[in-house]
Design a protein around this ligand. Structure first.
Ligand SMILES: [Zn+2]
Ligand SMILES: [Zn+2]
Length: 905
């Protein structure tokens, strides 16, 4: 029999059996299965390390829950539309569909190779008309519900990709910060510090330009408040993601202050610091503010400035003074009006009141342009401020503010709202979701433009609007598809043209988790009854780079669908896990960085085991050859252990020479039996908490113990074979091929993938304390033999403390740490009988009262140590006795609860 495990040799067989038995299929009729979902992959060529980690996590959880008795839904599909496919096809002189289909074939094979168990009968591909017809259907439903707008808009335009980009697809320093998910609040005042200024394309890094185009939008801002407030209840989501979404939605409460600018009417500025209004020494308008366009027509300086701003990525603190003045609504003074690039037109109102004394940006701008700095808030404690150095941005007490002098900032913000020209206001950083893309490889927007009827939605019976055949052009291929483009108007029958924009691919992924529930449903995107019962997604796993795009859109879609009467839930995902990054030499492993290590190099199952064993799912870790080979060695160790056992068993059956075994139990077998139970309990807890790295650590220890046990004395068959079965089952979620092989070697029935999760046979709720006890006692004996330099001890005596000490310990544990603990303990009659010894021990406990760890009681301690005697004998080669302390015992004084006295001779 081969002693080496070769995953490549067995994988096809087990895949075949899993498929034949339909192990991973979820019948439609099951009730509320555990819905485990990894963010479906973009079809970019082949699996990379990030995918493997993502799907290893979902697969391990799905397998664990299946064995634990749940029905499990674990589907897979393909995020197949999008610009990268179009670019790749362009480079390779093929078409996006052929390229995408080839990627899907390769990636499906890669997933199978890793042993991931998916319900392939539910596979979906977003570039199939059967899928994207529902994007179109939903678009028209959204249109009916006023969730769609068609508007001329200044949009972010990537000249290289020749497409519009959503704000979230423009990378700026602020966007990068919010996307990092580190929970750091992005501080911006009204319209400053916003997004999409001077950014670059998220795909190609080209500086983004501005253009005016007619565009389709989903009005996600209708849900801004609900999406914001709902975050508070998403307890199963990482705080970092929730913070990112809060920052992205950017809800700020404050006030709008109206300034009179003479012949141009009024300008409103948003501020969160109304208490500083008396300190406003100028008014600044964003270059894109409506008023600025008018000004530019007759003011050459303004016109020149607009050109300057348009031609730079970093306009910094530049600005131009206009010939306007604004009347301060409180003081009546005339203050200058500037156009300044640091004010963004798409945040707040596109205008800010400049308060150099109390705002960082305004202070810097005033410095640059020699504007007055006027302090109107001072520290409450009377400490000074140096406004030449920098602004005073804290709250404080008002000064130089007329009738409001002496008010605290917070009170002033309330009172000032009553003034003419001031209104309470809330602003959001979130903008409506621009879904138009001027590219081919996406869902055609189901609209026909008619000269008479306007934009007419394509009727349901004419859906799907399928993509025309691909033609290679640097512009939009849909525009070039003349025959496809020209149609009759659905309303009046006149000549009309189709909309040639396609949808942002984020539309496809905003509801795909619903399609998996009823992938072949023909009357609607999904079967509502199933969705109402099976949602939410119980566990969703993916990268944290999706914190503000995809993960906000699925929340928006779920709410919109609920309002359309298609769902009864408003949040789609119960528990969200963001897996960390796999690094190689400190860099993210990716093909573009040239450091991806193909999953096949070390055997797919080894790679999978390695990524789970290396770290907690949320943490980054470094890919190292050493750690991969540790995972490989662990597989081999498990295989050898079980193969040896099976070999001996077969030899005995054939009456050949074989190692001895026992069918009668001895004392040390009790240790193994209890350790099997402790391992089940510990590993189950780790699986429940997604700590697969700790599962691997537990199983490595357990495999070593089984090996040691089998070589210590002939194994007791009943306990040992149970240990091997338990090892195999606990391994099955993280190394599925190996576990099937082991299960087969053990001559067990059926598939381990469908076996029942093991249960402890005894109460091992104290398993952590018990193990700690054995571990520290072993370490203590080691220390003593080292210190007194005993190479070869004859006898080791472990003396478990007297019963009264456990009682004293329990009293101290229960006591309020602020109480007089010594008195508390010595109040008990049973303690007084032990006189000074009890008082001394009580004093020790009082010192440690805040750090008293949980313990097992004396009887249990005695039993655990007695079971572990063989470990001491094996390691130190000495006779070992374990006993309870007696009253006249000289060792009794040293023994403490869960800290036996040790005597070595
Ligand atoms: Zn680009
Ligand atoms: Zn018409």
């Amino acid at each position: 029999m081969s002693r080496r495990y070769d995953h490549a040799r067995v994988k096809e067989y087990w895949q075949h059996v899993w498929d034949r038995e339909g192990v991973y299929e979820t019948p439609d009729e099951v009730t509320d299965p555990e819905y485990v979902l990894g963010m479906f992959p973009y079809t970019s060529g082949s699996l990379h390390m990030g995918h493997i980690r993502n799907y290893a996590i979902t697969d391990a959880h799905a397998r664990y829950r299946r064995m634990a008795g749940d029905d499990v839904l674990h589907p897979m599909g393909w995020d197949a539309f999008g610009l990268p496919a179009e670019n790749a096809a362009y480079e390779r002189d093929t078409d996006p569909e052929s390229w995408t289909r080839a990627c899907i074939e390769r990636m499906r094979d890669d997933l199978a190779e890793m042993g991931f168990g998916y319900d392939w009968s539910r596979e979906i591909t977003t570039c199939d008309p059967e899928y994207y017809q529902w994007n179109q259907w939903l678009f028209t439903r959204f249109l009916d519900e006023d969730l769609v707008e068609y508007d001329s808009a200044t949009v972010n335009w990537c000249p290289d990709c020749e497409t519009v980009l959503a704000d979230a697809q423009v990378e700026t320093s602020v966007a990068a910060e919010t996307q990092r998910g580190d929970g750091e609040a992005v501080d911006y005042e009204g319209a400053t510090h916003g997004h999409a200024a001077g950014g670059v394309c998220w795909r190609c890094g080209t500086p983004v330009e501005r253009r005016d185009l007619d565009q389709w939008f989903f009005t996600i801002t209708d849900y801004a408040d609900e999406l914001y407030d709902g975050l508070d209840d998403l307890d199963g989501w990482p705080e970092g993601v929730r913070d990112s979404q809060r920052n992205w939605i950017g809800r700020q409460s404050g006030a709008s202050v109206t300034f009179d600018v003479g012949e141009y009417g009024d300008v409103s500025a948003f501020t969160t610091r109304l208490d500083t209004v008396y300190g406003a020494t100028y008014l600044a308008l964003a270059p894109g503010h409506d008023l600025v366009d008018e000004l530019a027509e007759h003011d050459d300086d303004v016109a020149a400035y607009l050109e300057e701003v348009a031609s730079t990525d970093d306009a910094g603190l530049s600005g131009v003074e206009t010939d306007l003045t604004a009347t301060h609504p409180f003081t009546g003074e005339a203050i200058p009006v500037y156009v300044a690039a640091y004010v963004l037109d798409d945040v707040g109102t596109g205008a800010v009141m400049g308060v150099p004394a109390h705002n960082d940006r305004d202070h810097a701008f005033a410095d640059e342009h020699d504007l007055p700095v006027s302090q109107v808030v001072e520290p409450v404690d009377g400490s000074g401020t140096d406004l030449l150095e920098g602004p005073y941005t804290e709250d404080g007490m008002l000064t130089e503010s007329g009738e409001y002098d002496g008010l605290a900032s917070s009170a002033a913000r309330e009172r000032l709202l009553d003034h003419d020209g001031v209104e309470a206001a809330t602003t959001y950083r979130l903008r409506d979701w621009l879904i138009s893309r001027q590219r081919y490889w996406g869902t055609p927007i189901p609209i026909v433009h008619c000269d008479d009827c306007g934009a007419v939605p394509v009727p349901d019976e004419d859906l799907p609007v399928e993509l025309p055949e691909y033609v290679q052009t640097t512009g939009n291929p849909l525009d070039a598809a003349d025959e496809w483009k020209h149609v009759d108007c659905p309303d009046c029958g006149a000549d009309a043209v189709r909309e040639t924009d396609t949808m942002d691919t984020f539309v496809d992924s905003s509801w795909y988790f619903l399609r998996f529930l009823s992938p072949h449903f023909e009357d609607a995107p999904f079967d509502q009854a199933t969705a109402d019962e099976w949602l939410p997604v119980d566990v969703y796993v993916g990268g944290e780079e999706h914190a503000v795009l995809h993960l906000l859109y699925i929340r928006f879609f779920t709410r919109a669908l609920a309002d359309l009467g298609l769902l009864d839930r408003r949040e789609p995902v119960e528990r969200l896990i963001n897996q960390g990054t796999v690094l190689h030499s400190g860099k993210k492993m990716s093909k573009s960085a040239g450091n991806a290590v193909a999953p096949h190099e070390y055997g797919a199952e080894t790679t999978r085991l390695f990524v789970l064993s290396a770290a907690h799912p949320a943490q980054d870790f470094e890919w190292t050859v050493k750690d991969v080979s540790t995972a490989y060695d662990f597989q081999q160790d498990c295989y050898e252990l079980v193969a040896d056992f099976a070999d001996q068993r077969d030899r005995r059956r054939r009456s050949q020479a074989a190692g001895p075994v026992r069918t009668e139990s001895e004392p040390h077998d009790a240790y193994l039996e209890r350790e099997i139970d402790r391992t089940i309990a510990a590993v189950t807890e780790e699986y429940d908490r997604f700590r697969f790295h700790r599962v691997v650590g537990e199983l490595q220890r357990f495999a070593r113990l089984l090996r040691r046990y089998a070589s210590y004395e002939p194994p007791y068959l009943f306990a040992y074979s149970r240990g091997l079965r338990v090892l195999t089952k606990l391994l099955a979620p993280i190394a599925p091929y190996l576990a099937e092989e082991l299960w087969h070697l053990l001559s067990e029935d059926g598939l381990v993938a469908e076996a029942d999760w093991p249960e402890p046979l005894r109460d091992v709720s104290d398993h952590r304390i018990e193990r700690q006890l054995v571990r520290t006692t072993l370490a203590d004996v080691r220390d003593i033999t080292d210190v007194v330099d005993i190479d070869d001890p004859d006898h080791i005596e472990l003396v478990v403390a007297a019963a009264w000490k456990y009682e004293a310990y329990r009293i101290a544990q229960r006591a309020d740490p602020d109480d007089a603990i010594v008195g508390e303990i010595m109040n008990h009659e049973s303690m007084q009988a032990h006189g000074d010894a009890a008082a001394d021990y009580a004093a020790t406990l009082a010192d440690r009262s805040k750090g008293l760890e949980p313990i097992v009681d004396g009887e249990q301690e005695l039993e655990v140590l007695q079971q572990a005697v063989w470990l001491f004998e094996d390691e130190f080669g000495a006779d070992v006795t374990v006993r309870r302390a007696t009253d006249d015992d000289e060792l009794a004084g040293k023994a403490k609860p869960n800290k036996p006295a040790i005597h070595i001779s």
